[in-house]
Design a protein around this ligand. Structure first.
Ligand code: ZN
Ligand code: ZN
Length: 245
C-alpha cells in the first residue's frame, strides 16, 4: 500500500544510537531508500545530546558519504528538544542553518530553559499523573508551547506527538497544517496512535512515517508505522515520504 523512500529520523553514536553515520547510510541503501536524515538528539539532552563541537565533524562525514554513495541523499538533521513554554528549542540561533532538516519533539531527558520553565513544563507533565492537577490546562500549555516552536523555527517534523507529553492533537494539527509541518507516525514508539492520526487527518495536516532507528538494523523499518497509517485509512498522498506502492 505504501512505498516509502526516505527515513527522516535516525540516530547514531553522536547521541545514543549504536552505529555510525555510514552504518545508517549503508542500511538505508540496502533497503532501497533514496534519502536518509541523521537526526541525533539536541544539545540539551542530558548524557547523550550532540555536542556543539561535533556538528562540523558530522557535516564533514555527511559530505564524504554524499561523495562516496551517489545513489542516496543524506541530510544532516537534529531531533531538537522543546525546552520552554515560549516554544524555545535547544538549538541556538547560530546553529539553525548548520542543519538541513530540524525535527522537534518533547523528551524527558532535556534540560529546560530555566527553573521556572522546569516547574511548569516538567512538573506539570509528570506530576499530573500523581497529583490532582488540571490536566486540561497542562495539555493546552504543552500544545501552545509546540505551536510557538513551529512558528519560531524552521521545523519540518514534529516527532512522536502524544508520546511522553499530553497534547491537543486537533489544535496541534491545525497549526502544523498552516505551517507545512508534518506530524510523525513513529514506527518505534507506536505514536501517533491510529486514533490520533484520524483526528489530525481531518485538519489537513501532512504526515511522515519514520523508523526512529537507534540501531542501523532498524533504519528503514517502517512496519509499525505502516500498520498505524493503514488502520487510520491514511492515503499515501498525505505522507511526505510515501507514494502508492
Ligand atoms: Zn524522540
Ligand atoms: Zn528519536
Amino acid at each position: 500500500m505504501y512505498n516509502i523512500t526516505a527515513d527522516y529520523h535516525t540516530h547514531t553514536r553522536f547521541s545514543h544510537g549504536k552505529g555510525s553515520i555510514e552504518d545508517n547510510v549503508l542500511a538505508a541503501r540496502k533497503k532501497g531508500l533514496k534519502k536518509i536524515a541523521i537526526t541525533d538528539h539536541g544539545f540539551a539532552h542530558i548524557g547523550f545530546g550532540i555536542r556543539f563541537k561535533d556538528v562540523d565533524r558530522m557535516r564533514q562525514e555527511v559530505q564524504r558519504l554524499e561523495d562516496k554513495y551517489t545513489d542516496i541523499e543524506i541530510l544532516l538533521g537534529v531531533e531538537a528538544n522543546l525546552i520552554g513554554l515560549d516554544g524555545t528549542i535547544d538549538i541556538p540561533e547560530e546553529y539553525i542553518d548548520k542543519f538541513d532538516i530540524i525535527l522537534m519533539g518533547f523528551h524527558k531527558g532535556a534540560v529546560p530553559k530555566s527553573f521556572k520553565e522546569a516547574i511548569k513544563l516538567y512538573a506539570g507533565n509528570f506530576l499530573s499523573g500523581i497529583l490532582p492537577m488540571d490536566k486540561k490546562n497542562i495539555r493546552l500549555q504543552n500544545t501552545q508551547a509546540m505551536i510557538r516552536a513551529i512558528e519560531r523555527y524552521p521545523i519540518k517534523i514534529i516527532t512522536h506527538p502524544g508520546a511522553k507529553i499530553d497534547i491537543d492533537t486537533r489544535l496541534l494539527a491545525q497549526h502544523a497544517a498552516k505551517r507545512g509541518v508534518a506530524l510523525e507516525i513513529n514506527a518505534s514508539h507506536g505514536f501517533m496512535t491510529t486514533e490520533y492520526v484520524k483526528i489530525a487527518l481531518r485538519e489537513g495536516v501532512s504526515f511522515v512515517i519514520n523508523s526512529d532507528a537507534h540501531h542501523p538494523s532498524k533504519v528503514g523499518d517502517f512496519a509499525k508505522g505502516i500498520e498505524i497509517a493503514s488502520a487510520a485509512g491514511l492515503n499515501p498522498d498525505r505522507i511526505i515520504n510515501a507514494s502508492h506502492a
